[in-house]
Design a protein around this ligand. Sequence first.
Ligand SMILES: [Zn+2]
Ligand SMILES: [Zn+2]
Length: 344
Amino acid sequence: MKAALLNAPGRISVQDIELPEVGPNEILVQNRVALTCGTDVKLYKRGHPLAKLPLVIGHEFAGVVSKLGKGVNTFKEGDRVVAVNSAPCNECYFCLRGQQNLCENLGKVIGFSVPGAYAEFVSIPDRIVEKNTLRIPENVSFEEAAILEPLACAVHGSELSAIQPGESVAIIGSGPIGLMHLQLAKNAGASPIMISNRTADRLQFAKHLGADLMIISSQEDQVQRVLEFTEGRGADVVIEAVGSNDTWEKALQMARKGGRVLMFGGCAPGTSVPLDTYRMHYEELTVKGAFHHTPASVRKAMDLITSRAINAKAIITHKMKLEQVTEALELMAGGKALKVSLSP
Ligand SMILES: [Zn+2]
Ligand SMILES: [Zn+2]
């Protein structure tokens, strides 16, 4: 089959490789679409100690079941399916306490510890088949379904931020994740919604999706703009969706007294930021991190896609062939595309 192999950081080749093996309780999916993701860009640019190269990367995909492993009876050949990249063990300390996103034993992760979806076929590990593979409803396209994984992460984060109707929300970053948070906040009744981005182009999408204030952070003081827009108080809820020390610090500065800050963007390991203890204590800031998804947030995300409460298509800005994967990842790296849909 045709597959895009990451051979070394910055070097991908599209070539013919063996069809993946299908073990017991696994399924083979013929990909119809694979989406690019910020995580793929990071892997492509710098690799990862746990990702053994050469590796087929890509973990946001949807397709058709083409082969069933022994023992699979929940799916049949021809089913349209979407799966996320991992599934929790449901046995560890964290899983037993309902924090499956923090599972200590995630096992096989598609496009990371096992071959991914930038290929004609992808094999779905047994645990993911059992817990995190869903049939795609007829009215949902493969492309829409493929945003399931990042949306499930955003849904998990938005549950932690618990936005109430009428609350003001400031989002830092107008990339795919920021735009998903924007839609989730809007659905929760947030108003006004402010969003910032370094460049103006991505803010156009935010405007289209109903943001009330767009801030070009390379040209304006984004903290000042949020304060002005909230009568000097700051936002009720701030969502950081970039992942840099600068924006983490600014997220804390944008929150009102008693406000809630959701740190959604992951920074490089070892990053730390100063903490204003006065604000934290006397102004009762609540700061939460958010990471990954749970089987419940995966199902909720699927419902949001199916009911079109989330506009999945708005997040996909380019369509390309699998052979153009390097070009697609470079577009992403340059902030020129939100997500690229790759067809094998
Ligand atoms: Zn992703
Ligand atoms: Zn676990």
